[in-house]
Design a protein around this ligand. Structure first.
Ligand SMILES: Nc1ncnc2c1ncn2[C@@H]1O[C@H](COP(=O)(O)OP(=O)(O)OP(=O)(O)O)[C@@H](O)[C@H]1O
Ligand SMILES: [Mg+2]
Length: 243
């Protein structure tokens, strides 16, 4: 399963926009997609309920209104048939509660606005994440609401280097996202050439997540292979080769 966690303790940086657009993209690719909303505001669930009847199906997990009233993140499970799981998280999350999900993630995306205050805030977030998940190399920054007219490149490049976190993509500041969200759709489900740039931006981010998942699967099967070798009785190899 491809598990994508979208997180940033700062409010209004685009977590729901990125989560819903990724869920929409993967659903258009034919993947059985589940969108899990961990935010009490329930914006992702609100978006999903607006989806037109004929739109690709996205399974929902409304973590705050689950029938069992489960609030511990590790106890919330997506439907078993899920191929892609996208988690939308709240601002100021309980990191201890979130960490089991972060550890299991194929990719952790941090959407961030490029103003002084938001950039300053992600330094803390990144340090916290790197402290609690030191071996995790699957964390990427997505700069959001990019406006080419504003000078942001130098600062974001410096920040990415300083934090040793890759910038894996960006989203333009565009009313295309607002138009799509109003219909319960993602950018990749919208028709018209003026959505093309935004579609490519999103696909690039989705592909990075898929690549992280492949790397994770490879590491897992290598580890399992090594463990299997350790369990093989050397005598049985000699017997097999002389038989
Ligand atoms: N790339 C974009 N272009 C234009 N508007 C955007 C873009 N990204 C987000 N927005 C708008 O900014 C607002 C905040 O975005 P969003 O709800 O995705 O942030 P959030 O991080 O989920 O917020 P919260 O912390 O409250 O959950 C919304 O009105 C959304 O439509
Ligand atoms: Mg949100």
């Amino acid at each position: 399963m491809l598990r994508i966690v979208v997180m940033n303790p700062k409010g209004g940086c685009g977590k729901t926009t990125l989560s819903t657009n990724l869920a929409s993209y993967f659903s258009t690719q034919g993947a059985i997609t589940t969108l899990m909303d961990l935010d009490a505001q329930g914006s992702s669930i609100f978006w999903a309920h607006k989806r037109p009847e004929l739109a690709n199906h996205i399974q929902l997990v409304d973590a705050h209104n689950s029938p069992h009233n489960v609030t511990r993140s590790w106890a919330i499970q997506p439907p078993r048939n899920t191929q892609v799981l996208v988690l939308d998280t709240p601002a100021r999350p309980d990191l201890a509660n979130l960490s089991p999900l972060l550890r299991e993630a194929s990719a952790i995306l941090i959407p961030a606005l490029t103003n002084e205050f938001d950039l300053h805030a992600i330094v803390n977030t990144a340090q916290q994440l790197q402290r609690s998940l030191p071996s995790q190399k699957n964390i990427g920054l997505v700069f959001n609401r990019i406006n080419k007219g504003l000078p942001y490149k130098k600062q974001t490049t410096m920040l990415s280097k300083e934090m040793a976190l890759p910038v894996i993509g960006s989203l333009r500041d565009s009313c295309n996202y607002i138009r799509a969200a109003a219909k319960g759709l993602g950018i990749c489900e919208m028709r018209g050439s003026h959505y093309q740039t935004d579609k490519l931006d999103l696909i690039r981010i989705a592909q990075w997540c898929e690549a992280q998942n492949e790397k994770r699967d490879k590491r897992k099967s290598q580890k399992e292979g090594t463990q299997l070798l350790r369990h093989i009785d050397p005598d049985s190899i000699i017997l097999a080769s002389t038989a």
